[in-house]
Design a protein around this ligand. Structure first.
Ligand code: GLC
Length: 647
């Protein structure tokens, strides 16, 4: 299709748009030339056979140029300074929090008044859950967007968002927003036009005039919300057709085989970049390409699309890193960092969802073997990319790690998963957790888990029973879980409310837009009177807040914690203790975590066998200094205790 030289063509378009290639735009030009072949190759992989491929490639180039030209001088400067640091986002000085603006403090204007709160806690990176327009009661927490560029009135205006971003920038804070790439709300303008029968817009989605193809797709596509939205297609009465809706019936899947969809969404990505987003969270990228006869998840074309987005962003708005929110099996997640020629050239970040779930596995079983079995895969993450590490987020906990990992640890996969589901839904006798099963699928036996960090760690039950010992133990578990994820490598992402121990919130059951989705039980409405208790010594809120703050500040002080792919797991001398070493430039931190409800013993040899035996270890957490003992003597960790030992 494309016969003349692509470089030559791009040069001509740059000229046409008066890009000063030999002057102030030179670094943009250099980046463009460096990435031209990749952009072209990836575009061809996806769209070579499309009848308008050649003309639309030109639109891709123009979109990139316009994005660069519309970028403010301040953001261009910020791009340069980020480019000068080697992978700015690997730093140990970034601590994040994810929150719903309305549930946290009402609206975007109020957010400005809360920036001190984050600074005090040590959080300098905010993930604002979707703030763009989304129909009330059919919003999936904002992940059903009806207008990608209009801030929903509930939150305020675009100006409010811009002002917040500017204030955050003044305070050296980073911002993350979502691009909901996979689908739109059924109320989006494109969907409305499609309903009216306009073919051009029906082609933005996957439309079918009868059930024959949908039935074929359904044979191999898993269901995401089998209880509230079974199947993957929805009948649209207005036009008498079926449309693909992988998530809820009101979320219509965009059709990326149509390059027009790609170009529109690329332009939206740049719109967010030019608002000053530092990390863009690409929602549900595993789903963005569909192919009959497959699960329609993790397809090679989905990776090509992400790579194409990454290269375009790298050229026009290089200060914006990309997080791919793929919550998939360990082997699959690695591919989101890029493979082969695109290693470390796809997503800069992924969620370490496998490890998150494995932390919950360790907490329930008191055993680290399954977690360790998964590490070989997780350690393959390429240098220059990073994880978002976390214990809880707005979503459910999926036990998505491989059966083989469970079996390697000597368990039966079915029985093991059943135990975990029973444990966290509070069914298992002896469980202190109060949670619930989410999206149970009777056909497959699968289920995920809902519940807040505090409730799953036993705080809700302990408070209900006014059991002081159980309260202390649950706080210890909360901190163990947080500490384990904060030091693992990657940017820790707290979930709002967890910094003060919010337990489950059951008011969602009274709200028709939420009652069908029990993930709302762990998305609290912040009560600032409760948060104020952080100022009163001895309250649950104060203990959790101050301890979280201390952990975050230790993270910022110890440079070895930055994610330089520098994690080594300790040999499991004691199956209850998860231990890893973080080391860099002569600094070494031994992080040891006891997932047992009894004290655990670790021989001092455990600290010596990986070389450079330390004679003294300083615990940043307790402030104690230890002289390392003889190889057969023990370092003792209390129930659910942990230590962060430098030496
Ligand atoms: C992502 C979001 C989740 C949402 C889904 C569909 O997984 O985290 O909350 O339901 O995408 O948009």
């Amino acid at each position: 299709m494309y016969t003349f030289g692509v470089h030559e063509h791009i040069n001509a378009v740059l000229k046409e748009h008066q890009v000063d290639v030999a002057g102030e735009d030179n670094s943009f030009y250099t980046r463009f030339l460096a990435d031209t072949s990749a952009i072209f190759e990836l575009y061809l992989q996806l769209y070579e056979h499309h009848p308008a491929a050649e003309q639309l490639f030109n639109d891709v180039i123009v979109t990139i140029i316009k994005a660069y030209q519309q970028r403010s001088a301040v953001l261009k400067q910020r791009d340069q300074s980020k480019l000068q640091q080697e992978h700015w986002f690997l730093s140990n000085k970034i601590n994040g929090m994810s929150l719903y603006v309305d549930r946290f403090c009402g609206n975007l204007q109020n957010m400005q008044t809360k920036l001190d709160y984050f600074e005090e806690l040590g959080v300098n990176f905010l993930h604002l859950m979707p703030v763009f327009e989304s129909p009330a009661n059919e919003s999936d927490g904002g992940y059903a967007v009806s207008n990608f560029r209009k801030v929903d009135e509930r939150f305020g205006t675009l100006e409010d968002l811009q002002q917040l971003q500017e204030e955050m920038r003044r305070r050296d804070m980073y911002l993350m927003l979502d691009i909901v790439l996979n689908h739109t709300s059924h109320k989006h303008e494109w969907a409305e036009k499609a309903k009216q029968g306009i073919k051009q817009y029906q082609d933005y989605f996957y439309f079918y005039s009868d059930r024959s193809l949908p039935d074929q797709y359904d044979k191999t596509m898993p269901e995401i919300f089998p209880e509230s939205s079974p199947g993957n297609f929805t009948y649209i009465e207005e036009c008498n057709k079926w449309v693909m809706t992988v998530f809820h019936h009101y979320q219509w899947d965009l059709n990326y085989t149509n390059p027009l969809v790609f170009i529109e969404m690329l332009d939206t990505i740049f719109f967010y970049a030019n608002l000053g987003v530092d990390i863009l969270r690409i929602d549900a990228p595993a789903f963005i390409w569909k192919q009959l006869g497959t699960t329609c998840q993790n397809l090679p074309q989905a990776h090509a699309l992400l790579r194409l987005i990454k290269q375009c962003v790298q050229v026009a708005t290089p200060g914006m890193a990309i997080l791919g929110e793929a919550i998939v099996a360990p082997k699959e997640i690695m591919k989101y960092f890029g493979t082969d020629n695109y290693t470390a050239r796809e997503c800069d970040f992924a969620y370490n969802a496998t490890h998150m779930a494995l932390q919950w596995d360790m907490l329930a079983t008191g055993d680290t073997k399954v977690m360790l079995a998964a590490q070989e895969e997780l350690l393959k993450k390429p240098y220059g990319t990073s994880w978002i590490t976390y214990t809880r987020c707005h979503d459910d906990i999926g036990l998505g790690y491989d059966d083989s990992m469970i079996e390697q640890a000597g368990y039966n996969a079915y029985a093991h998963r059943k135990f975990l589901k029973d444990y966290y839904s509070g069914v298992h006798p002896g469980s202190t957790a109060i949670g619930a099963l989410f999206s149970s699928n009777p056909k497959t036996g699968d289920a995920r888990i809902s519940g807040s960090l505090a409730s799953l760690c036993g705080l809700e039950k302990a408070l209900n029973e006014k059991d002081e010992t159980a309260i202390d133990l649950s706080i210890q578990k909360i901190l163990l879980m947080q500490a384990h994820s904060f030091f693992l490598g990657g940017v820790p992402m707290l979930f709002y409310g967890d910094e003060v121990g919010y337990t489950n919130d059951y008011t969602y059951l009274q709200d028709e837009g939420k009652s069908y989705d029990n993930r709302w039980m762990h998305r609290p409405l912040i009560d600032w009177k409760k948060n104020k208790k952080t100022e009163k010594k001895g309250t649950v809120e104060q203990i959790i807040f101050d301890s979280t703050k201390k952990l975050l500040s230790i993270r910022k002080q110890v440079h070895a914690v930055a994610d330089h792919s520098n994690i080594v797991w300790l040999t499991p001398h004691n199956v209850h203790v998860a231990g890893y070493i973080r080391q860099k430039n002569g600094q070494r931190l031994f992080c040891v975590f006891n997932f047992s409800n009894s004290s655990s013993f670790l021989t001092w040899f455990a600290f010596k066998e990986k070389g450079g035996a330390p004679s003294v270890l300083y615990d940043h957490w307790s402030g104690k200094k230890y002289e390392t003992g003889a190889d057969h003597e023990f370092f003792v960790l209390p129930p659910y205790g942990f230590a962060l030992l430098e030496g």
